[in-house]
Design a protein around this ligand. Structure first.
Ligand code: 7TS
Length: 406
């Protein structure tokens, strides 16, 4: 049974007023709120268990290590990784992609190619540009059509023996478009030996992920967008790929033997986890996975898709309102503008006065904004705790903005 009020009761933060109005939190693509179960686990770690992991003989250190490793196994199941040591704790998607682009440096040479798409967040653009600067490789970008849909014909044209990396997101943060990553991965495998990287920042909170079925080399996501604390994230990498590549950070816990003459590295996952990790956060990420599993992926998706459909239908009734990616397969996000009526932040400020939290601007996806020839959009993004009544308040707020700005 999907009981929205029961779910909402687990998120104390939602039960407050902002600017004298009940908070309507629709900025979930930026970061989701955290259920009490996650906060309790986090709090319990610091009040009862705090110790450094993997290095203590003492009881607290052993218990903290066990809890963090249990969390790793929960995440392994969550994404259906073959082995728990293929699950690397990071501080988020940005760190994950930077890590991958760094450790691939020696695998690329001048005139090799890296394929990304127009729909990427800056954190899936800039690390690859930096890799191009280091190696002389070139970036190729799969274009989109006026609906924001990727033009995969171009992928067919781009793929060759020069392609060394294909890195795309599963869901676009700016538009909510669901990209056909299964098809992209199949095409890439068929005509290149490229490393395949999937940015799952906006899909992990919404979809059941199966990295083995996908057959990607890397899959990265952030904990804070899927009900876990900030400063948490996951890098999944295939065993044989991670074993073949060099480490990223050097430091404590990532070595087998360290001497001034020669240092050898620890096995997975520790080779990629130098330094003291975010133990409390990583354990709480496991609790966030428990929360998602308890609600159920199907329930989450059905509810969020119903919210999206309802929001889009009602917003489109407002004169002059344009939804970007209106006809594309989307999840969790409606991105729009009141054409000719101020800029997106004007609408955002009016909504904020009504207690409605949305993001405005370019959403760290300036190429998409350039494509549509706009400075930004108003983005409402949904999580499992949002309600149809909240969508009504959003629509009411946009109507008010329309009256004020027209
Ligand atoms: N990739 C995608 C698709 C994202 O949506 C984001 C963050 C990132 C990477 C970076 O994740 P981070 O956790 O390392 O920051 N997206 C957004 C957003 O849409 N609004 O704020 C952050």
């Amino acid at each position: 049974m999907f009981d929205i009020q029961e779910i909402r009761s687990q998120f104390s933060i939602l039960n407050q007023q902002v600017n004298g109005k009940p908070l309507v939190y629709l900025d979930n693509a930026a970061t989701s709120q955290k259920p009490n179960s996650v906060l309790e686990v986090w709090n319990q770690y610091y009040t009862e268990l705090n110790a450094n992991v993997h290095r203590g003989i003492h009881t607290l250190s052993q218990l903290a290590t066990e809890e963090m490793e249990l969390s790793r196994r929960k995440i392994q199941k969550f994404i259906n990784a073959k082995n728990d040591f293929e699950v690397i704790f990071t501080k988020g998607t940005t760190e994950g992609i930077n890590l991958i682009s760094y450790i691939l440096t020696s695998k690329l040479k001048k005139d090799d190619e890296i394929i990304i798409s127009y729909l990427e967040h800056h954190s899936n653009i800039v690390p690859w540009q930096l890799l191009c600067e280091r190696t002389g490789a070139k970036l190729r970008v799969i274009p989109i059509d006026e609906n924001g849909i990727l033009q995969l014909d171009y992928l067919d044209q781009f793929l060759s023996e020069k392609t060394k990396v294909v890195s795309v997101n599963q869901v676009s943060n700016a538009l909510g478009i669901v990209n056909p990553i299964e098809e992209i991965i199949k095409k890439t495998r068929a005509s290149s030996n490229a490393y395949i990287v999937i940015d799952g920042a906006q899909s992990a909170p919404h979809f059941k992920i199966d990295v083995q079925a996908l057959d990607c080399d890397f899959f990265v996501f952030s904990g804070h967008k899927m009900y876990a604390p900030m400063g948490t994230g996951i890098l999944y990498g295939k065993q044989e790929v991670l074993e073949d590549l060099p480490p990223f950070h050097g430091g404590g816990e990532m070595i087998a033997v360290c001497s001034f003459d020669q240092t050898t590295y620890a096995g997975l996952p520790f080779k990629y986890e130098a330094g003291t990790p975010n133990v409390g956060g990583n354990i709480a990420l496991g609790a966030a996975v428990d929360f998602i599993n308890k609600v159920g992926h199907e329930n989450i998706q059905n509810h969020e898709n119903a919210l999206l459909e309802y929001a889009q239908k009602n917003l489109l009734e407002i004169e002059g309102l344009k939804v970007y990616g209106e006809n594309a397969n989307r999840t969790g996000v409606v991105s729009f503008n009141l054409i000719g009526m101020g800029i997106s932040s004007d609408v955002g400020m009016i909504l904020d006065k009504m207690g409605v939290a949305v993001r405005t601007g370019h959403h760290c996806t300036q190429p998409i904004m350039d494509f549509f020839d706009i400075a930004g959009t108003v983005r409402a993004s949904f999580a499992v705790y949002n309600t149809f009544e909240e969508i009504d308040l959003l629509v009411e707020g946009v109507k008010k903005a329309h009256r004020m700005l027209a």
